[in-house]
Design a binder for this molecule. Structure first.
Ligand code: SAM
Ligand code: SF4
Ligand code: F3S
Length: 448
C-alpha cells in the first residue's frame, strides 16, 4: 500500500499534520507522520502549501472541539484554491460517531475520518482518496494496536513513549474511555527496546505515557508491573531522565513511590491529578479515592522528602459543586503546596454520566472560583519556588526564553522551568544551574 501511494504522488508532495490535546495524541501525530513519510510525503508547517492536511483532534472539553470545527471550516477556502488538496480528520473527536456524521454532513471539504485506533488505516484511506473516493471513514476499534515501526518525532532530544492505551476508569465527567477504548498495555520488552534505541540515538528525556500510566500491566493481571518496568528502564546505560504521566491516585502504590526514590534516572517529580478536594465530589466523579486516601499518598512521599515536587489537575465547577466542596479543594492545595496546577472549568461531554447530573451552579460562580484558585496557586508557587534559591539544579535545556532576550529555558529534574543566560547551542543538553531568583512560574539562575 505504502509503495502504491508513493507511485501515485511522487516525491514532492507536502503534508501538514497538526495534533491537539494531550501528549498521547501528540505521540499519535508523530506515528501518523511516520506512516506518511513511508508513503513519500515531506512535511510543512504552512497549511497553505500542503497537498495533504491531517488534523489530529482532541475531545476532552467542548472548547477543544469548537476550535477544531473552526479550523475545518476555514479549510474550505484552501480546498477551493487547490481542489486536489486532501483533508483528513483523526483523533479523539472522530471516535464519536455523531461527530464523524456531523463532519460528513456539514464539512464536504473533508475527505476522510479515522478513529483513534485506526491510525494504521490512514494509508488505505489516502489510497482510496487518490483514486477518486468521495468520503472515507474508519472509526472501528481494533484490538491490536500493532507496534508502529516509524515515527517522525518533534524533538531530537525529548521522546514520548506510550506504554499503554485506553482507560478503564470512566470518571463520570470524562470522554476519554469512550474515544480511546479499554486499557491495553504494551509488551515490556518492546518498551525497553524502544527506550534503549532512543537513548542510543541521543535522546535525553523519555516521557512514558498512558492515561493512567501506573495501571500499566493490570490487563496482564500483573501486580506492580509499572514499578518493575521503571526499574528495568533505569538499568539502561546512558545520561538520560525518565518521566511519566499521568498517574492515577488509586494506583499510586508505595512500591511506585519507593521506585521513584530508589532509581537515579527517574525524575523527582510526580503528577498526581486530584480533580477535587471534596470526597463527595470525588465519589460523584467516580475517582475511586477519597481526599483522605489521596493525602495519605502525599504524606508518604513527603515523609521521604518534604520538598518533593508535586503537580496536579483540578476541575472547577463539577455539577453541583458547593462552596464547601470548592473550599475543600482550596484547603488541599494549600496543604500540599503543588509546584504547579493544571485547572479546568468543567465541560459537559455528551454520553458521559456527569452530563446527566443536575447542575445549579452558575457560570459566574464557576468563573469566580477558577480565578480564586489561580490566585491562591500563584502565591503558593512563588513561595514554593524560593526553596530553590542558592541550590544547584540540573536542567535539560529545551528552547530559547520567550520572555528574556539572551536567555535559554529548560526543565529541571523536578519539572520546574529554569531560565538562564545562554545561547541556542545549549538546546538539548543537560547543564547545572545555580538558582538566584524565583518567580511564580519559573526560577532563574547562572550556569555553573
Ligand atoms: N487520565 C488522567 C487522569 O486521570 O488524571 C487525565 C487525562 S485528561 C485527558 C486530562 C485532564 O483533563 C483531567 O485530569 C481533567 O482534569 C481534565 N478533564 C477531563 N474531562 C474534563 C471535562 N469534562 N471538563 C473539564 N476538564 C476535564
Ligand atoms: Fe478520564 Fe478518568 Fe480515565 Fe483520566 S482516569 S482518562 S480522567 S476517565
Ligand atoms: Fe484529548 Fe483524546 Fe488526549 S480527548 S486529552 S486527545 S486522549
Amino acid at each position: 500500500m505504502l509503495d502504491k501511494i508513493r507511485n501515485i504522488i511522487g516525491e514532492s508532495k507536502l503534508a501538514y499534520v497538526r495534533s491537539f490535546g494531550c501528549q498521547l495524541n501528540i505521540s499519535d501525530g508523530e506515528k501518523i507522520k511516520g506512516l506518511l513519510q513511508q508513503t513519500g510525503y515531506n512535511f510543512t508547517d504552512d497549511e497553505t502549501k500542503a497537498d495533504l492536511i491531517i488534523l489530529n483532534t482532541c475531545a476532552v472539553r467542548e472548547n477543544a472541539e469548537d476550535r477544531v470545527f473552526g479550523i475545518i471550516g476555514s479549510m474550505k477556502k484552501l480546498k477551493e484554491i487547490k481542489p486536489s488538496l486532501i483533508i483528513g480528520i483523526s483523533g479523539c473527536m472522530t471516535a464519536q460517531e455523531h461527530i464523524a456524521e456531523k463532519i460528513k454532513k456539514s464539512y464536504p471539504q473533508v475527505d476522510f475520518v479515522v478513529g483513534t485506533s485506526a491510525i494504521n488505516s490512514i494509508p488505505k484511506m489516502l489510497f482510496d482518496c487518490l483514486n477518486g473516493q468521495k468520503f472515507g471513514v474508519d472509526i472501528s476499534e481494533y484490538d491490536d494496536f500493532s507496534e508502529v515501526t516509524q515515527q517522525v518525532r518533534e524533538s531530537k532530544f525529548k521522546a514520548s513513549v506510550p506504554v499503554m492505551f485506553g482507560c478503564n476508569n470512566f470518571c463520570t465527567y470524562c470522554i476519554v474511555p469512550y474515544v480511546r477504548g479499554r486499557e491495553r498495555s504494551r509488551n515490556p520488552d518492546d518498551i525497553i527496546f524502544e527506550v534503549r534505541s532512543l537513548v542510543e540515538n541521543g535522546y535525553k528525556e523519555i516521557m512514558l505515557l498512558g492515561q493512567n500510566v501506573n495501571s500499566y500491566g493490570n490487563d496482564f493481571g500483573e501486580v506492580n508491573a509499572f514499578p518493575k518496568l521503571l526499574r528495568e528502564l533505569n538499568k539502561i546505560e546512558g545520561d538520560f531522565i525518565i518521566r511519566f504521566m499521568s498517574s492515577h491516585p488509586k494506583d499510586a502504590s508505595k512500591e511506585l513511590i519507593d521506585t521513584i526514590f530508589e532509581c537515579d534516572k527517574i525524575a523527582k517529580h510526580l503528577h498526581l491529578p486530584l480533580q477535587s478536594g471534596s470526597s463527595d465530589v470525588l465519589n460523584r466523579m467516580n475517582r475511586r479515592y477519597t481526599a483522605e486516601k489521596y493525602l495519605e499518598t502525599v504524606n508518604y512521599i513527603r515523609s521521604k522528602d518534604p520538598e518533593f515536587s508535586l503537580t496536579t489537575d483540578l476541575i472547577v465547577g463539577f455539577p453541583n459543586e458547593s462552596d464547601e466542596d470548592f473550599n475543600a479543594t482550596l484547603d488541599i492545595i494549600k496543604y500540599v503546596k503543588y509546584d504547579n496546577i493544571y485547572s479546568f472549568i468543567y465541560s459537559k461531554r455528551s454520553g458521559t454520566k456527569a452530563a446527566e447530573m443536575p447542575d445549579f451552579v452558575s457560570d459566574e460562580v464557576k468563573g469566580r472560583r477558577m480565578r480564586k484558585l489561580l490566585e491562591i496557586q500563584r502565591e503558593i508557587s512563588s513561595e514554593n519556588y524560593r526553596r530553590f534559591i542558592g541550590k544547584k539544579m540540573r536542567v535539560l535545556v529545551d528552547d530559547v526564553s520567550k520572555k528574556q532576550k539572551g536567555y535559554v529555558s529548560g526543565k529541571s529534574n523536578e519539572f520546574i522551568i529554569v531560565e538562564f543566560e545562554g545561547d541556542n547551542s545549549l538546546i538539548g543538553q543537560f547543564v547545572d544551574v545555580e538558582i538566584t531568583d524565583a518567580m511564580n512560574w519559573a526560577v532563574r539562575g547562572k550556569i555553573i
